[in-house]
Ligand binder design. Structure first.
Ligand code: AP5
Length: 224
């Protein structure tokens, strides 16, 4: 496969970030997680961060015109020439159309949109126990993936915190936004033959194994 252009799709807490980190290690491709990019912009108090903060705090999606340019610029830049892993983008039909149009313009296409499927009750359990590293965004869970030392990131030693938008009322709103605005991408990518669906309720290692197997199959199909 000459290039691997992947989108990770799924509700909040489905494990996109967990799997994105692993895929990045496996394939050494640029990994663009829109939530991480936006949270870094908020911390830096940049113009992007100022525009995004109030939406993120409420659990609303930031407007398409704020986020589309940020991602399109990265995906079409030289560092993504061998492919990319997108986590959290696209999240609306308009974003998906903008991504497709831009990829077509540069003679490329999406390899697959991987849907990590998890029901709402599991999302609530997971996000309630998530702990995120303040420095580099590494992800843990108090029950399912605990750090060796409580409150400290295994990887970089920074403090682990509860994300501002992981409060129960905000999680519920993020889920509503997912069902209303992002779920329509599932039939869209299905119609384009790009959707690959995975059971996200399985343990993280099993989900990783299935994604690796899926990508190996896609690679074989491409070589036939
Ligand atoms: P973003 O940061 O992208 O949040 P999200 O999509 O809601 O996803 P999460 O990061 O909450 O979850 P995840 O799927 O990555 O799960 P994780 O691996 O952490 O976006 C935040 C905000 O930014 C949005 O609300 C919006 O305002 C804005 N935004 C971002 N992109 C945008 C866009 N394109 N357009 C407009 N606005 C945008 O796992 C969750 C927990 O479960 C962890 O604790 C983990 O350890 C655990 N876990 C993971 N996998 C498993 C497993 N298999 N079994 C058990 N536990 C597991």
């Amino acid at each position: 496969m000459s290039e691997l252009n992947l989108v990770l799709l799924g509700p909040p807490g489905s494990g996109k970030g967990t799997q994105g980190e692993r895929l990045q290690e496996d394939f050494h491709l640029p990994y663009y997680a829109t939530g991480d990019i936006l949270r870094a912009a908020v911390r830096e108090e940049s113009e992007l961060g100022r525009k995004a903060k109030e939406y993120m705090d409420r659990g609303d999606l930031v407007p398409d015109q704020v986020i589309i340019g940020v991602i399109v610029e990265r995906v079409c830049g030289g560092e993504a020439a061998d492919g990319f892993i997108l986590d959290g983008f696209p999240r609306t039909v308009a974003q998906a159309e903008a991504l497709d149009a831009e990829l077509e313009r540069i003679g490329r296409r999406l390899t697959a949109a991987i849907l990590i499927d998890v029901p709402d009750d599991e999302v609530l359990r997971r996000l309630g126990g998530r702990r995120t590293c303040v420095k580099n965004g590494h992800i843990f869970h108090v029950e399912f993936d605990p750090p060796k030392n409580e409150g400290i990131c295994d990887i970089c030693g920074a403090a682990l915190v509860v994300r501002d938008d992981d409060k129960p009322e905000v999680i519920k709103h993020r889920l509503e936004q997912y069902h209303e605005l992002t779920e329509p991408l599932v039939p869209l990518y299905e119609a384009h033959g790009r959707l690959r669906r995975l059971d996200g309720k399985l343990p993280p290692d099993e989900v990783s194994d299935r994604i690796r197997a899926l990508l190996a199959t896609l690679r074989m199909e491409e070589e036939l």
